[in-house]
Design a protein around this ligand. Sequence first.
Ligand code: NAP
Length: 335
Amino acid sequence: MDTQQIVLASRPTGTPTLDNFRLENKVLPGLQDGEVLLRGMYYSVDPYMRGRMNDAESYVPPFQINQSITGTVIGKVMMSKSTDFEAGDIVSGNLPWQVQTIVPAKGLSKIDESNAPISYHLDVLGMTGLTAYFGLMAIGKPKAGETLVVSGAAGAVGLVVGQIAKIYGCHVVGIAGSDEKVKLLKEKYGFDDAINYKTATDIKAAVAKACPKGVDIYFDNVGGEISDAAISNINFHARIPLCGQISLYNSTDAPVGPRLQPMLLTRSVLMQGFIVSNFKDQFPEGIKQLSKWLTEGKLKFEQTTVHGFDQLPTAFISLFKGANIGKMIVEAAVS
Ligand code: NAP
């Protein structure tokens, strides 16, 4: 049986381009015992994949040249030789960017289709929602009356961080890259204030104005100058969950910023990096809480959906231009 896959054609220098990817045909082998044939429905594109395009050791291994890109995919079981799944089941897993895939059933999870749209299991009820939940709850430790600043605020993680902080009674300020995003954060998602970092002439002053009592929690999704500005307003005993550094992922040199450690030291600030998988034993608890907030209407979410399997590289690259509101996903037509 023939299918299509997207492989890493070359490693990028700086920002990835379409030339770094290649769409090609692939012949699938026969289905063996314990395996299922899947057709991809929703594909997640995520900033961390940029790191996997480099030939560098990290917490996940690099993609290999001429091999399929992999990521979280939700798919429909078309044929099954496993007792765990039957045709028609909707499952998710870390899977290749292929239209159809044959994989062992044991790495797949069945999706509960009852509580939310299926694709929410790629984000608010999946990896990015859990990142927001555990990064904020375990490291940020929000308390009523405190001020939280989140960068990448209108993205998959940031939207959820800001809303959870509101549930906990915080004054919430988001930093994002367009006036449209700023408006949405304030009017739809209940943020107390939001800053467009692309038009602010002085981000540090803008954060100070939006946070008259200083910053108690800075949830860092982007790093760079935005984080320098937020941290320059940090309070005594503040917490900084270090979640992502997207502004640096395409850097070709080692950027040097202000040296903020003396301020962290003298103000007794906790800055802690984390990877969502640190909390994997607690994922069921996180999904239960996020589902409850969604059902109660305390948590809202949205996605930017790009249509067509062949659009995966374009959707991925556009993350670095801020093309998404909420989670960027790619939907493939499945009958
Ligand atoms: P996302 O925010 O949905 O999408 C990326 C957003 O980043 C873009 O929409 C863009 O929004 C912003 N951005 C792009 N380039 C930027 C730059 N140079 N400076 C500032 N902002 C820039 O992505 P996400 O999935 O929620 O991830 C957010 C961050 O968390 C990423 O750094 C990611 O690597 C990290 N993350 C970490 C974990 C973990 O386990 N630690 C898990 C998931 C994600 P604007 O329009 O606002 O620029």
